[in-house]
Design a protein around this ligand. Structure first.
Ligand SMILES: [Zn+2]
Length: 339
């Protein structure tokens, strides 16, 4: 059988797997992983950003506790797992492991932003500097005016919230994470229906590609909703962004994932807000409301009538074909690199 035909066949089988995968309503969001950024180091030091009197590590933890409380109250059916249950630091790879091992459906990381002080250079006047040129009789006194400057820094006025998702160019890393965590992408009865799961099979690669695309869309949607909620309570929303560097944990978790920068610890007013009980509760409420919007959006997505007409079929075929091309490309690439 030609390879492409086999791939199309497996894709069709897969589509039915995916359909059954998303058909039950209560499966929409079973487990949320809440990740309080940073944490106290064994030597007592801190790992995150520093304000004039407070530390990111502690704020992340406090906001997380409020958020967990609110989600438990509003969504008792959702299981909430924390990657760091104490004020102590947890290694990044361990955070990803906790998220993947617990089969999270959503990963929310809580952080606090910082901006470097603004450097200033101020002209404070000229200073006469005397020097001599030449030797003997031709020796001359030269007076030069040299401008003088004062150098100083002031706190960065940057303020507001940002919610990050992994950069699109990191989709491949995300997909690898999904294949490494293969069992969680499959249904509970996958093994009975389809046998042992092989993460390197064309079927599974196709599944992880589709899931990567889906998770990217879901992450971006949730990130937008978080920022919308911040905007509603009058925070300065700097918007939903893709992180170009760092934030490894966002692509190491095999689920939709966002990172919320809840405000600037380097801005005096925001530092006070971030450390206040009411500020922490407001931040937690915004994120919880965004989770509610996200759950509603997911439900709507899954109950949308499937419009069947020639145009959508054509679009579907085109998308399928692009996936298959991508899979073939990857196979070629894998062969090339394993040799
Ligand atoms: Zn941070």
């Amino acid at each position: 059988m030609p390879k492409k035909f086999m791939l199309i066949l497996s894709f069709l089988c897969l589509s039915s797997v995916l359909l059954s995968f998303t058909s039950t309503k209560q499966k929409i969001l079973k487990t949320i992983i809440i990740d309080a950024g940073h944490g106290r180091q064994p030597n007592g030091g801190y790992d995150g950003a520093k304000g004039s009197y407070s530390f990111e590590d502690e704020i992340c933890f406090d906001v997380t506790q409020e958020l967990v409380k609110l989600i438990n109250k509003e969504f008792p059916e959702i299981k909430v797992i924390q990657t760091r249950e104490t004020r102590n630091i947890v290694a990044l790879h361990e955070r990803a492991r906790i998220a993947n091992r617990n089969h999270g459906d959503l990963f929310i990381s809580i952080h606090v932003n910082a901006a470097p002080p603004v450097q200033h250079k101020e002209f404070i006047g000229n200073k006469a500097v005397v020097s001599y040129t030449g030797k003997g009789k031709s020796r001359k006194k030269v007076t030069k005016q040299v401008p003088q400057y004062r150098y100083y820094s002031t706190p960065n006025p940057a303020k507001g919230t940002e919610t990050y998702i992994w950069g699109a160019h990191k989709n491949e890393d995300k997909e690898i994470a999904m294949r490494e965590n293969a069992p969680m992408l499959a249904e509970d009865n996958y093994k009975d229906n389809y046998g042992e799961l092989d993460p390197n099979s064309p079927e599974f690669i196709a599944l992880s590609l589709i899931k990567t695309k889906q998770f990217f869309k879901r992450s971006a949607t949730l990130a937008g909703m978080v920022e919308e909620q911040f905007g509603k309570v009058g925070r300065t929303s700097r918007g939903q962004k893709q992180r170009q560097v760092g934030i490894w944990v966002l692509q190491a978790t095999a689920m939709p994932s966002v990172l919320v920068e809840t405000g600037y610890i380097t801005n005096k007013a925001e530092e006070d807000y971030l450390n206040s009980r009411s500020g922490q509760q407001e931040i937690a409420r915004c994120i919880k409301d965004a989770v509610r919007d996200y759950v509603n959006w997911l439900q709507k997505q899954q109950t949308l009538p499937v419009v069947k007409n020639k145009k959508t079929e054509a679009v579907k075929f085109e998308e399928t074909y692009q996936f298959l091309e991508a899979i073939e490309e990857r196979h070629k690439h894998n062969h090339a690199t394993t040799r």
